[in-house]
Structure formats: structure tokens, C-alpha cells
Design a protein around this ligand. Structure first.
Ligand code: F6R
Length: 241
């Protein structure tokens, strides 16, 4: 595993954006696994800026996102599809049909999971998967205690995650109770993993995930077993490593 320590969130974002940008330059038809949340926003802003300068071309890039809430439509401001459009896709030249996010409105969620796995397989797998990490060690919506060998599946969100996400909704009751998420197996099959972490509040879980035992109680700990992980963090988040 390679670890890059940046001074702050801005530095972390630029370092991670450089890695993604190199991937796209070296392989213009890369399959990028993408994430939502506060961690990657600065990366998307940097990539948009480089695209506007003419340094990056996303025409042939394909993307697959980690997850989506069950029950939220693509135009719901808290849906992950909406997040990706407004924070990234609407500002670059990626063809809409090249972007993939699980369909939160699918009636048959199991069939949607199978379809999503198929999409990933038909693209030839993920070249680089961008990840953030929850305070409980979750990656995607793979919550503590889930089996490591799952592909895309439906999860019941933990009270911890519902609480953490309640700030984005008008009330806690509005937070969806389920999500569709790539499983740990899908994530581990990516050629390369790029995890970004920032803030002192992530320091404990970063230490547990990367120096503690590999256990389902800390889903991100499985990344210790991946042959090609890059961890980019700010000083605060990496302070306990
Ligand atoms: C996002 C996702 C989540 C977040 C994690 C960290 O698509 O799957 O696992 O990466 O909750 O969120 P932030 O970056 O907001 O701290």
C-alpha cells in the first residue's frame, strides 16, 4: 500500500485528482469506480478545472458508482445520481450513457443488483476505484459485519449511518432505510483502489482499518489484502498511523 499525506483537504484532493487524471491520460477508455460524499467533492472540482483547461478528455471514460439509496429518483437532490450529475458529470464531456449508478427506483432490487454486476463485468471490471470511508469503517454501503464475498446487493442501513446522513434530509424520517451497493468482492476486484480520507474525526478508523486486524467489523480493513491500494489523506486523518 502507498500512503500520501497531504497538508489539508485541498492538498488531498489535488493529489488524488492527479492519480485519477494520470489514469485517464494513460488509458482514455478507463473504467473509473466513483464515490459520493464529502471526501471526493474536491477531487471532482479539480478534475473539472483540468478538463476546462483542456488537459483532460472524458469522452471515452466509463464510470460505475459505488451505491445509491433505494427509493430515491435520479432527480432527488439527495440521490447519488443527482450528486454525480451536479458535482461532476454535468461539467465534463463524458457521454451520459457511459455513466452508471444503481437504479434506486428499481421495483425488483435483486434484479437491479444482478444487472449492475453484469454492467461491471461487461465493462471488463474497474481500473481504479475511488473510495471514502465511513466513521464505522464502511466502504460503499458495506456496513460492519457484512460478508466480504458479496457483489452488488441490497443493504439495510445501520442507525449510525442513518444518523450521519440525516443532516442532508429535512428530517431523520426522510432518510432511506436501504441502499444498493457494490459489495466488498466487487470493490476488491478493482485493479487499483484509491481511498481518500480527511479530518481528525477519521483518524481512529483509519488506524483501525489499516493497522488493525482484517475483520468484517471494520469493512475497510479488507483493503490490507488488496495488492494495489493508494491511501491519500490529510495530516489530521493520518495522524494516528
Ligand atoms: C459514498 C459512499 C460512502 C462514503 C463514506 C464517507 O458513495 O459509498 O461509503 O464514501 O460514507 O463519506 P464522507 O466522504 O462524506 O465522509
Amino acid at each position: 500500500m502507498k500512503i500520501y499525506c497531504a497538508k489539508d483537504y485541498y492538498g488531498m484532493s489535488r493529489k488524488a485528482a492527479n492519480i485519477l487524471s494520470a489514469q485517464v491520460i494513460l488509458k482514455p477508455d478507463s473504467v473509473l469506480g466513483l464515490a459520493t460524499g464529502s471526501s471526493p467533492i474536491g477531487i471532482y472540482q479539480q478534475l473539472i478545472a483540468w478538463y476546462r483547461k483542456g488537459d483532460l478528455d472524458f469522452r471515452a471514460v466509463k464510470t460505475v458508482n459505488l451505491d445509491e439509496y433505494v427509493g430515491l429518483s435520479p432527480d432527488h437532490p439527495q440521490s447519488y445520481r443527482y450528486f454525480m450529475q451536479s458535482n461532476f458529470f454535468d461539467h465534463i464531456n463524458i457521454p451520459p450513457e457511459n455513466t452508471n449508478v444503481p437504479n434506486g427506483l428499481a421495483q425488483d432490487t435483486d434484479a437491479e443488483c444482478r444487472r449492475y454486476n453484469q454492467v461491471i463485468h461487461s465493462l471488463g471490471g474497474i481500473d481504479i476505484q475511488l473510495l471514502g470511508m465511513g466513521h464505522n469503517g464502511h466502504i460503499g454501503f458495506n456496513e460492519p459485519g457484512q460478508a466480504f464475498e458479496l457483489e452488488t446487493h441490497v443493504v439495510d442501513l445501520t442507525a449510525n449511518t442513518i444518523d450521519a446522513n440525516a443532516r442532508f434530509f429535512s428530517s431523520r424520517d426522510q432518510v432511506p432505510r436501504q441502499a444498493l451497493t457494490m459489495g466488498i468482492k466487487t470493490i476488491m476486484q478493482a485493479q487499483r483502489i484509491l481511498m481518500v480520507v480527511s479530518g481528525a474525526d477519521k483518524a481512529d478508523i483509519v488506524k483501525q482499518a489499516f493497522t488493525g486486524p482484517v475483520v468484517p467489523q471494520v469493512p475497510a480493513s479488507i483493503l490490507q489484502m488488496h495488492p494495489n491500494v493508494v491511501l491519500v489523506g490529510d495530516e489530521a486523518a493520518l495522524s494516528k498511523l
